[in-house]
Design a protein around this ligand. Structure first.
Ligand code: SER
Length: 290
């Protein structure tokens, strides 16, 4: 599958669930003085997550260009990037956890859509803390869909809470989906988020909190869904690649670096530096093309 096909399939799927398709916003925030770049699909939609009416309604889907520097030290591995395209579907006070999770699972596993092997999927949910309770509803929904309990991790804020995009604003517990990119005959019985062969491909965030200036959380006036699926990670996974840099979007850049440096990407010691150069070149190029 190509990147264009994957993007189109995603948007078509959410059209069947009555979502309006909206364009990517510019990568420099128009209304957020606390951030230099748009770092997620939800970032340009903050006013609507806070309750303002969106002209296209309460169900939206898009592909948003993002620059995320918070993970910059991870760039150099096989799956992190500073610049990426994030596929997202949005409920602005419309549907909530059950529908979001069911639709994510349908898109990933239905033969009409991506047709991924359900046996290679694991998920995580928020385990609860002093700010918000354990996400029982997300946990139960995954169990009902047939994900075995050993493949549903309960994790804390660091892993299973998303936002706000800047210092304050909408945020909430999330549920992440992982795909096993290792040997399909050796999928571990249980999920372990330290194993890099479980690649995070999608994140459903249940945005019902607002983080305030003093660091406390209050309930928003509406319950929203923010989802984020990294186009390139999913593309690599469904094409059977365990390295994003071998996918259609990065291969030509890596080949150019090989030519300029007269070194081979296949040699282990070159991989990390070449991925970093490729990532940064890609980010500069796409940033300036916006
Ligand atoms: N905001 C969440 C993320 O960026 C989901 O879109 O992962």
């Amino acid at each position: 599958m190509t990147a264009n096909e994957l993007r189109q399939k995603y948007l078509d799927f959410f059209k069947t669930k009555e979502h309006a398709i909206i364009p990517s916003s510019p990568i420099v925030p128009e209304n957020d003085p606390t951030a230099l770049f748009i770092n997620s699909g939800m970032h340009p939609l903050v006013p609507y997550l806070m309750g303002e009416k969106h002209p296209k309604g309460t169900r939206l889907a898009n592909s948003q260009k993002c620059i995320r520097t918070i993970d910059i030290e991870e760039v150099g591995d096989t799956t992190h990037h500073t610049f990426f395209e994030m596929l997202g579907n949005w409920s602005l006070g419309d549907y909530f956890k059950k529908e979001a999770i069911r639709w994510s699972y349908e898109f990933l596993t239905s033969p009409d859509w991506l047709g991924l092997d359900p046996n290679r999927i694991a998920v995580s949910v928020f385990k609860g803390d002093e700010d918000a309770p354990f996400d029982q509803e997300a946990f139960d929904t995954w169990l009902k869909l047939g994900i075995p309990e050993a493949r549903i991790a309960k994790l804390g804020k660091e892993e299973n809470w998303w936002g706000p995009a800047g210092k304050t604003g909408p945020c909430g517990p999330d549920s992440e989906m992982f795909y096993w990119v290792g040997d399909p005959d050796k999928v571990p019985e249980s999920f372990n988020d330290d194993n890099d062969l479980w690649v995070e491909i999608w994140n459903d965030v249940f945005m019902e909190y607002n983080k305030k200036d003093d660091g406390s959380f209050e309930k928003l006036s509406q319950q929203n869904v923010d989802t984020g699926m990294g186009l390139i990670r999913v593309l690599a996974s469904i094409n059977g690649l365990d390295d994003n840099y071998e996918s259609e979007l990065f291969k030509p850049i890596i080949e150019e670096i090989e030519e300029l440096t007269n070194k081979k990407y296949s040699e282990e010691e070159n991989k990390r530096p070449m991925r970093i150069i490729a990532d940064h070149a890609n980010a500069c190029l796409l940033y300036t093309s916006d």
